[in-house]
Design a protein around this ligand. Structure first.
Ligand SMILES: NC(=O)c1ccc[n+]([C@@H]2O[C@H](COP(=O)([O-])OP(=O)(O)OC[C@H]3O[C@@H](n4cnc5c(N)ncnc54)[C@H](O)[C@@H]3O)[C@@H](O)[C@H]2O)c1
Ligand SMILES: [Zn+2]
Length: 321
């Protein structure tokens, strides 16, 4: 290994990409042909995931075995707290890709469904990249408050008819140019995800029972809201993870509205050259204050529980091994 040496500060992307194969050279690191899980019919391996994505031990530990030492770690400068760079592994490139895939015209409008870490960050990135109107929908009070502090227009409901009606009112009756789906819940109503959940204890239980009751959420509910809300000829960008091979989609409606749809796991390295300067020259996305809780590794199980139940304002937890 020559690219990094002991003492270097690095961030390791959540997807495991070789950096040298054909798909990696196309900026499609989440489809890396070297780490693809062909037997399972799945894309590139992910740290801390089930057999479907390679079953590679995850990074919430004091030590991590990192394959492709010369090409996978992202070298970052020292001198500022970890908070500044840690989101390069996942949250920032995921939100960045969601916004890129949304194809919002300069000065145009976007509706972000879900104000978890991914949706919240997507609102910040959308503003940075020139969206004129950033609207979001969620029902969790502290998440709504965070977004409002960043001048996001928040629709305080997740009921499809209400979200669609309100967002149309805000966008000349047409609907936004793009909708980003950043809703969680991959574990409910999806055969793939419930299988994934049974297969591992590493992946945190992503089911948010309380929100289920409050918001009546299921994965397709969010996607259907996106399909109804987006303007004709607009784009839907999915970053929320979908599973299940038989989920029905309203294809006629999508065809008639001429909707464009883009999705996928974040290609982390694809966006690093764009994002890294925005972290070294300052704090363009407010990441220094992004985490709501910092806890030692021993408290991780409790923190996961609090995050799942959205207790005590848990929006983003950083573990300090
Ligand atoms: N594509 C990728 O590479 C990638 C990377 C990381 C995370 N993700 C996925 O992104 C999604 C969001 O992640 P997160 O950590 O921000 O999740 P989260 O669970 O913390 O937040 C989701 C939010 O959506 C809200 N919500 C639920 N139903 C809704 C609806 N119908 N309309 C609007 N809001 C609704 C919830 O109240 C919650 O605040 C997850 O599915 C996660 O797996 C994808
Ligand atoms: Zn590769």
């Amino acid at each position: 290994m020559t690219a990094v040496k002991p003492g270097d500060r690095v961030v390791v992307p959540f997807n495991i990409s070789c950096g040298t194969c054909w798909t990696c050279s196309q900026g499609l690191q989440s489809q890396c042909e070297t780490t693809q899980n062909r037997e399972q019919g799945f894309g590139a391996s992910l740290f801390g995931y089930t057999k479907l994505y390679g079953q590679v031990p995850g990074g919430q530990a004091e030590y991590l075995r990192v394959p492709f030492g010369n090409t996978l770690p992202i070298k970052v400068p020292g001198g500022v707290p970890d908070d500044r760079f840690v989101y390069l592994s996942d949250v920032l490139p995921t939100a960045w890709q969601a916004v890129q895939y949304a194809g919002i015209p300069q000065g145009g409008s976007v509706l972000v469904l879900g104000l978890g870490p991914i949706g919240d960050m997507a609102t910040r990135v959308a503003k940075h990249l020139g969206a004129g109107q950033v609207i979001a929908s969620d029902v969790v009070p502290e998440r709504i408050a965070r977004a409002r502090r960043n001048d996001v227009q928040v629709i305080e409901t997740t009921k499809q008819a209400d979200v669609v009606a309100q967002v149309r009112d805000m966008t000349d009756g047409r609907g936004p140019d793009a909708v980003i789906d950043a809703v969680g819940m991959e574990a409910h109503g999806s055969p793939l995800a419930s299988l994934a959940q049974k297969a591992t204890a590493v992946v945190p239980d992503a089911i948010m029972e309380k929100v289920m009751q409050v918001a009546g959420v299921d994965r397709l509910a969010a996607l259907n809201t996106a399909i109804e809300a987006v303007r004709r000829g607009g784009t839907i960008s999915l970053s929320g993870v979908y599973g299940g091979a038989t989920d029905p989609l309203p294809l006629m409606r999508m065809f008639d509205k001429q909707i464009q749809l883009r999705m996928g796991q974040a290609n982390v390295w694809r966006w690093v050259p764009d994002i890294l300067p925005l972290l070294t020259e300052g704090d363009a996305f407010g990441v220094d204050e992004f985490a709501t809780h910092h806890v030692p590794l021993e408290e991780a199980p409790q923190a996961y529980m609090n995050f799942r139940e959205k207790k005590e304002g848990h929006v983003k937890v950083l573990l300090k091994p």
